[in-house]
Design a protein around this ligand. Structure first.
Ligand code: F6R
Length: 368
């Protein structure tokens, strides 16, 4: 039931503080992450020399955030591979490879086949799934459930933030077991626990602002999204949401790729969303993104910036600034994606489209 919301998607976007809180619940002990479902798998986490995360669509963007987090905390190399690519080549995997699959439904055929393929090749398998007892977790050695609750709208929102949360938990769990966490891990755990409240703050403070932006962009034919580091997968996700429900051409890029091609697309009036990483985490990465903004602005782009509160460096070059609260470097994606979800929804609504049932798409893709 929509419970008074105009759409399931609107309801599910609003439910994200709960989706994330429920995914964290029971998995933090003191200032450490301990995922009870993974009890007994310490040997496995210590013994692996490689992780491959496989998924499709939105789940594959959560996977990309997971790559950064698991490499940072667990110090093991991580590759992300689309499930439908993974199984049609001859990947180098074995019993020291952990293949993590991510799926909201747990029934996506491409992802399921990738998991089976990995198992046949001797890899260990772990699934991150939102649906209790679904096929993918049943086919995996272990499962970490996201507890986002049922997701009805075709476009994934709360399942995505819960997937990122589960991967952050997994990264901190694996890092603890492998003994590779730094002294700042306790503050990362605290940041993780503060996420639900901060998502609620973004919803409360930016909802109307972002919806207004969509109003003046209803005739836009193309929107670009740029990000760096963990902001890059969010740029991809922002573009996918817009394609899916607004039927507007959209592309996400790693900001550093601009000068390698995409900057040729920039002409006066072109809307570009830029996800700006906090200068507190890396002044260098932040300054690189600010200079990317300058480059596109000089060519007439209409720049909409998503930046943390107090970041004044973006102000001279931004047409619009959407603010997110301060958080840890790995946690920014969970906050930055929220305005992009709202934007896609508002734009679809401005175009008179049904946001819950976009054309040509099914909630669960059970065919290859
Ligand atoms: C995007 C979307 C799809 C799914 C993808 C994987 O909004 O809904 O891209 O994320 O089909 O689905 P699951 O997670 O069920 O495997």
């Amino acid at each position: 039931e929509k419970g008074g919301w105009p759409s399931f998607m609107a309801k599910e976007v609003a439910e994200q503080p709960d989706a994330v809180a429920n995914t964290i619940r029971g998995r933090v002990q003191g200032d450490q992450v301990v995922i009870p479902e993974l009890d007994g798998l310490d040997e496995l986490f210590i013994g692996i020399d490689r992780v491959i995360i496989t998924a499709c669509g939105t789940a594959s963007y959560a996977a990309l955030v997971g790559k950064y987090a698991i490499e940072q905390w667990a110090r093991v190399p991580v590759d992300v591979e689309l499930a439908h690519e993974f199984r049609y080549r001859d990947p180098v995997i074995g019993d020291k490879t952990l293949v993590i699959s991510i799926s909201q439904s747990g029934e996506t055929m491409d992802t399921l086949m990738a998991v089976k393929y990995a198992r046949e090749r001797g890899a260990r398998t772990l699934s991150v799934c939102n649906t209790q007892g679904a096929t993918i977790p049943r086919e995996s050695d272990a499962v970490v459930y996201t507890h986002a609750g049922p997701e009805v709208a075709v476009a994934s929102t709360k399942a995505f933030s819960a997937q990122i949360t589960a991967l952050l938990l997994l990264g901190l769990h694996m890092g603890r077991v492998r003994g590779s966490l730094s002294d700042s891990a306790a503050s990362d755990v605290a940041e993780l626990q503060a996420l639900p409240e901060k998502i609620a703050q973004v919803l409360a403070e930016e909802q109307e602002h972002v919806a207004q932006l969509a109003g003046w962009m209803a005739d836009t034919r193309s929107v670009l999204f740029l990000g760096r580091h963990v902001g890059y997968p969010i740029a991809l996700e922002g573009a996918l949401k817009l394609k899916e429900i607004s039927y507007i051409h959209a592309e996400g890029f790693a900001a550093g790729e601009l000068k390698h091609g995409p900057i040729a697309l920039i002409e006066p009036g072109q809307p570009v969303f830029v996800i700006v990483p906090s200068p507190r985490h890396s002044a260098l990465v932040h300054s690189k993104v600010v200079s990317n903004i300058q480059e596109i602005r000089a060519r007439g782009a209409r720049v909409i910036v998503i930046a943390e509160e107090g970041d004044a460096a973006v102000l001279p070059f931004a047409d619009e600034v959407i603010r997110i609260p301060l958080t840890g470097a790995m946690f920014e994606p969970v906050l930055a994606v929220v305005p992009l979800q709202i934007f896609a929804m508002a734009l679809a609504t401005a175009k008179g489209l049904d946001v819950d049932q976009p054309r040509n798409l099914a909630k669960s893709v059970t065919v290859e």
